[in-house]
Every structure is written in structure tokens, then in C-alpha cells.
Design a protein around this ligand. Structure first.
Ligand SMILES: Nc1ncnc2c1ncn2[C@@H]1O[C@H](COP(=O)(O)OP(=O)(O)OP(=O)(O)O)[C@@H](O)[C@H]1O
Ligand SMILES: [Mg+2]
Length: 179
């Protein structure tokens, strides 16, 4: 249902909301202080992360994107500085080219932008079902922020024992800190 709502989002609303969310993110002190951010390349009607990546580069931050290991459902983050250093893998997903990017340790990431389909009032998240982020977050101690359009913010989501909370949720009009 949420994927369908995303698909139906008119382009002008998508653009307006994406830039409001990005501007809210840029105001946060964790953003300002972060030297290295982890983020994904947005696909379809996912909140546009390209403007966020470009702003990070402009501010002199390092930007890392995940490389996924499908068999073990693990991710490694690799630094990139140009979209040419990425290649299309599956489902329109872009990943770093191994020869042109360098792997970083998860401890080097100061701020991780965690993707998801919807989020609840307790900071729980419904992802795309791979468990990649839940596995990664289990060993991650830095700050996590998710970005959501208003309809992706719900009162309550079912959760299982592996689901982990994020620290902050940013919508076009709200910044929610879970602590
Ligand atoms: N830390 C973990 N260790 C082992 N299995 C895990 C872990 N985290 C998640 N899983 C398993 O992975 C599968 C997918 O998890 P889930 O449905 O929560 O995915 P998701 O949260 O939508 O995906 P993602 O985390 O990539 O956004 C589930 O069977 C879940 O139990
Ligand atoms: Mg999960």
C-alpha cells in the first residue's frame, strides 16, 4: 500500500516535500557536525537523496553508499565522490564500483540516513524486507536519521525482535527526536 502511495505522489509534491525534508536535515547539528555520512541513492519516488549528497560534497563531507552482499544480506559502505563511480545493479539500484571507490569501516560513519517505507511514533521502521539495515544497525553506534513524506509517518508499526529504532525522523514539517 505504501509503495502504491509513493508511486501515486505527484511529481511537484514529491519535489517540494523532498526539498523541505532536505532543508530540515541541513539545519540539524548532527548534520552540521558529521564528517562522513552514509546514504543510499534514491530510486523512483523515494525521497530524493541526490540533492542531499551534493550538499554534503559542497560542505566538504565524505559520502558513502552501501554495497550489498545478497547471500549474507550484509552491506559495506564505500566512499564515492562522483556518480560515475556508481553502477546499476538490480531493481534500479546503484552501487559503488569496487575499482573506483574505497571501503570504509562502519565506525567512520558519523551519520547514517536509513531508508524505509514507513515509520512510527516510537522510531520503528518498515524497510523493504531484506533485513540489510536491521543487520547493519545491530553493530552501528552513530546517529541514525530517516526521512519521510507525511503519509509515511504512522502511529504504530508491527515489529519483530530484530527491528531497531532510529534516532530521528524528518518530514517536510516535523523533526521528531526519539530518545
Ligand atoms: N540482526 C539480524 N540478524 C538476523 N536476522 C535478521 C537481523 N535483522 C533482520 N533479520 C531478519 O531479516 C529478515 C528481514 O527483516 P525485516 O522484515 O525487518 O526487513 P526490513 O526491516 O524491512 O529491511 P531493512 O532492514 O533492509 O530495511 C527477517 O526475517 C528478520 O528476522
Ligand atoms: Mg526490519
Amino acid at each position: 500500500m505504501m509503495k502504491q502511495r509513493l508511486n501515486q505522489l505527484p511529481l511537484h509534491t514529491y519535489d517540494t516535500w523532498s526539498s523541505m525534508i532536505a532543508n530540515n536535515l541541513f539545519q540539524q547539528s548532527v548534520w552540521k557536525q558529521a564528517k562522513t555520512i552514509g546514504i543510499t541513492i534514491s530510486v523512483g519516488k523515494e525521497i530524493n537523496t541526490r540533492t542531499i549528497i551534493e550538499r554534503a560534497w559542497l560542505e566538504g563531507k565524505n559520502v558513502a553508499v552501501p554495497q550489498t552482499k545478497w547471500k549474507s544480506r550484509e552491506m559495506r559502505f564505500r566512499l564515492f565522490s562522483d556518480y560515475d563511480q556508481l553502477e546499476k545493479v538490480k531493481f534500479d539500484l546503484y552501487e559503488p564500483k569496487e575499482s573506483l571507490t574505497s571501503c570504509i569501516d562502519h565506525e567512520e560513519i558519523d551519520l547514517l540516513i536509513v531508508p524505509g517505507l514507513c515509520f512510527d511514533e516510537n522510531g520503528y521502521r518498515l524497510g523493504y524486507g531484506g533485513g540489510f539495515y536491521d543487520r547493519f544497525l545491530a553493530n552501528f553506534n552513530s546517529y541514525t536519521i530517516s526521512l519521510a513524506f507525511p503519509f509515511q509517518y504512522l502511529r504504530w508499526l508491527p515489529r519483530d525482535k530484530y527491528d531497531l529504532q532510529i534516532h530521528m525522523l524528518i518530514t517536510p514539517t516535523k523533526v521528531i527526536k526519539y530518545e
